[in-house]
Design a protein around this ligand. Sequence first.
Ligand code: PLP
Length: 430
Amino acid sequence: MGKDKYGLLSEVGIGSRAIALMEKAESSISGSLAQVEKTAEYNQFKVIHAMQQNMLSDSHFSSTTGYGYGDSGRAKIDSIYAEIFKAESAVVRHNIVAGTHAISIAMFGNLLPGDKLVSVTGSPYDTLKNVIGLEGRTRGSLAELGVEYGQVDLIGDGQVDFHGIKEAITANTRMVFVQRSPGYCWRRPLSINDIAEIIDYIKKIRNDIIILVDNCYGEFVEECEPSEIGADLVAGSLIKNPGGGIAAAGGYIAGKSEFVENAACKLTAPGLGGNVGPTLGQNRLMLQGLFMAPHVVAESLKGAILCAATMQMLGFKTNPEPGAKRSDIIQAVMLGTREALLAFCRGIQKGSPVDAFVTPEPWDMPGYGCPVIMAAGGFIQGSSIELSADGPVRPPYIAYMQGGMVYDAVKLALMKAVQFMSDEGAIMLS
Ligand SMILES: *Cc1c(COP(=O)(O)O)cnc(C)c1O
């Protein structure tokens, strides 16, 4: 980084100590950054190859309305995703409104009354508790439909409990749910190797069990996706990794044709499935975002690594550690006090391109049982492939930072955060 020779950083209130800290952190992580770029290069080639194999052309960027019959772009996006994910088929739609929706239709489409769903990665992401019908949240849920649920918690710092899995799988077990990223939880993400082990183990017990992987935040972090190593279904959000920060909304499901089509029947209606749906001008954005995604994921990973290195130098515990192998884009930092958590998130907000002047306040988000502070200054609402940071305001005051389409922007936001934490007396910069 330059020495602020133009005075730009001091103009926005970033002092020389914050700059020096960032420089020191950055010089300590060059090996990790190079590794991230290597993975991105491979994934970039993979994405382009899939587009070429499918003879993508600008005619596919055109739009349909109404039923969306004959939308060649829609079909093209599905088959490009299928190719990248090494899956039989995929359904990629702007009207899958979130990752939760994608996972929900994958579950509802493939589970019937009397079936059992088993989560083998502990308590699922908060919004999925409504889908499954946990903690009394039953309206419209799988539980209301008569689907049974079992859960096998992770042990230690996120090890899979194989013995527990064996016990939880009963004759009526129809689906196993695997969550790759910890979400807002202090554990390591499952790697593709970990997921492969789970899949092999379960398929040996019974190979007709459908394995659904919640792939949110995991796409393009490693060189292969869960469907390539045997997952029957994978699902995720387009305002996270695979949308590349360009897709305006959406979600995807990829996997075995039969199961993908079952999910699509819940998205639309039986008999319609994935064969209808107007694209309303979204095709180009989805494709362009997918083209950008490997690079954008790498930028956010580099930002996450810089965050870990910086915060560790300031004495905070981070998860993952700066040099750890990664399988998702989330960076957790244990800030220890309410003041430090608020200052960190507010500092990130101050360094964002949009709404930098806004001061985030903790609020009672449904389902958390404590106030949550959220910093986000992106172009697409709720997009978390764009830089965002949030954390439940309770001990041990962990901030979860993720996304960042441009590494330099993450670096700026981190300098802002460090400076603001110092200004607020939450840290001492030496
Ligand atoms: C983001 C996320 C989801 C889905 O969240 P949406 O906000 O509905 O997109 C599910 N699981 C994990 C692990 C996630 O990170």
